[in-house]
Design a protein around this ligand. Structure first.
Ligand SMILES: Cc1cc2nc3c(=O)[nH]c(=O)nc-3n(C[C@H](O)[C@H](O)[C@H](O)COP(=O)(O)OP(=O)(O)OC[C@H]3O[C@@H](n4cnc5c(N)ncnc54)[C@H](O)[C@@H]3O)c2cc1C
Length: 477
């Protein structure tokens, strides 16, 4: 009897795929195709978030745009459930799908730099670390996020905040262009001149329009060393620290970027014994200008109150970009949600300080970002990314190891989110989405007035919504 693989289709149910068709797909790709009975399948279906448990029927590890085109044609011809994996770090786990086909870009991580034009060309599976390692030798840095294993595609396609946001804008704002494969297998470019509607949509509109095989990212000059202020206070100082940091950042020069994190220190170095495993309120900030000037600029952050630990130092850019890496290991259990706030006054401050004391897991944090400066400059309709006017973002980053504690941690995150939501305007950030509960209402929360325009672009480039395993923007009816 001919062997078959059951694979899910988009309109419910599935089909029995003859193995000969799987083999033909595998034979046409430079990369590997993994089914559940292949070695390497279990490893390939792991995501950064250990909470996500999905079993795709096929994982196609693409090694080129041609591979991606082949997979998209294969999926379209059979109307398969489809997911696209960049760096695999979105907390919601959309990088995988149950029973369907995964286009896995993780073998496509090459980054090349044009130093004269100050552009980094990153393949769709590159991580932030890959981009930084390629640009830093040229004295350049792309504005990226804070943990180096994160995928640059997901970050850029949904926004992208980091140390440089106030100075150089979001990662999405620095997406000068992209190469994509559309759902029908056609390869196109999107930039200011070619398909400008698509270029507009990619800067915030996510994976809805095509599979991005290369991103062209604007890079900015960076000194060989930057100054990083990392200062810890007891958690009972949280309210004062949040107030001070808000005021400092609202008038700080744009070179300064950072956040306050309400967290618990690690039970080991670099913390002195008296400050290990202790609840803290901490500032982490970087100034990307000249390090002497930066040290001066950041001094007030180190002089406020009575810090218990000060890890501030001059560091290379790569070190700054990796400062938090070891706090977010692969496979831990994570549930992160964020919201924007137009005001950050006493009710918001009091609520965050209290909620931080109620975290069920010491690994969890509440992060407070100030997002003014260059990131706030573009008009809300200048790019698909619409959320520019609320200068504050609060992220609840729940992280824990014990699966028995999952319900408790998710409950805390949702309750905390709901409490702060009372002060918020319903604007969402898709890079910290929880499980994207709320469906379309949640996704629309990221786009506001840009929603209908995004649907028109979707209708043009993916009218049948084959690219649906994402924060979905449906085509126009
Ligand atoms: C440890 C950690 C730290 C983080 N720090 C920050 C931070 O400092 N600032 C910030 O703004 N965010 C941060 N984030 C959030 C991060 O930006 C998002 O999780 C982002 O979506 C990750 O991108 P990825 O490519 O790894 O995701 P994936 O899970 O691979 O992809 C997410 C979705 O994006 C789409 N997609 C990905 N690649 C492509 C592609 N090439 N073509 C088409 N669609 C694609 C798909 O729809 C996919 O489902 C952090 C996340 C983690 C886990």
């Amino acid at each position: 009897m001919e062997q078959r693989l059951w694979i899910r289709t988009r309109r419910g149910g599935g089909i029995d795929l003859p193995l000969a068709e799987v083999e033909a797909l595998a034979g046409s790709l430079g990369g590997q195709v993994l089914t559940p009975w292949h070695d390497g399948y279990e490893e390939a279906r792991r995501l950064w978030n250990g909470l996500i448990e999905k079993r795709p029927a096929l994982i196609a590890r693409c090694s080129s745009p041609e591979d991606v085109a082949e997979c998209l044609r294969f999926a379209r011809a059979r109307d398969l459930v489809l997911a696209v994996r960049g760096g695999g770090h979105n907390v919601a786990g959309h990088a995988l799908c149950d029973g369907g086909l995964v286009i896995d870009l993780s073998p496509m991580r090459r980054v090349r730099v044009d130093p004269a034009r100050r552009i980094a060309y990153a393949q769709g599976g590159a991580t932030l670390g890959d981009v930084d390692e390629a640009t830093v030798p040229h004295g350049l840095a792309v504005p990226l996020g804070l943990v180096s294993a994160t995928g640059v595609s997901g970050l850029a396609l949904h926004g992208g905040y980091g140390w440089m946001s106030r100075h150089a804008g979001l990662t999405a704002d620095n997406l000068e262009g992209a190469e994509l494969v559309l759902a029908d297998g056609r390869r196109v470019r999107a930039n200011e001149r070619e398909n400008p509607d698509l270029h507009w949509a990619l800067r915030g509109g996510g994976g809805n329009f095509g599979v991005v095989t290369e991103l062209a990212l604007r890079a900015w000059p960076i000194a060989s060393e930057v100054f990083m202020a990392v200062v810890f206070h007891p958690l009972d100082q949280a309210a004062g620290l949040l107030r001070f940091f808000r005021d400092f950042m609202l008038q700080a020069p744009r070179e300064v970027g950072g956040l306050v994190t309400l967290w618990t220190t690690k039970d080991g170095p670099p913390f002195p014994p008296a400050w290990r495993a202790k609840p803290v309120a901490a500032i982490a900030a970087v100034s990307v200008g000249d390090p002497d000037e930066a040290e001066r600029l950041l001094r007030p952050l180190r002089e406020w109150g009575r810090p218990v630990v000060d890890l501030s130092a001059r560091v290379g850019w790569l070190e700054a970009q990796r400062f938090f890496d070891e706090d977010y290991p692969d496979g831990r259990l994570y549930y992160w949600k964020a919201l924007y706030l137009k005001d950050f006054g006493e009710p918001e401050i009091g609520t965050l300080a209290r909620l931080a004391g109620e975290r069920p897991s010491p690994l969890s944090s509440i992060d407070f970002w100030v997002l003014n400066g260059k990131a706030a400059e573009p008009a809300p309709d200048a790019t698909a990314f619409a959320r520019r006017t609320a200068p504050f973002m609060v992220a609840f980053e729940s992280s824990w190891d014990d699966p028995e504690q999952t319900v408790r941690n998710i409950d805390w995150t949702r309750r905390a989110f709901q409490e702060v939501e009372l002060f918020a305007s319903g604007e969402t950030y898709l890079n910290f989405p929880g499980f994207a509960e709320g469906g379309e209402r949640f996704v629309r929360g990221a786009y506001g007035e840009n929603w209908e325009r995004l649907r028109r672009v979707k209708s043009r480039y993916d009218p049948e919504n084959h690219l649906h395993g994402n924060f979905n923007i449906p085509p126009e009816p």
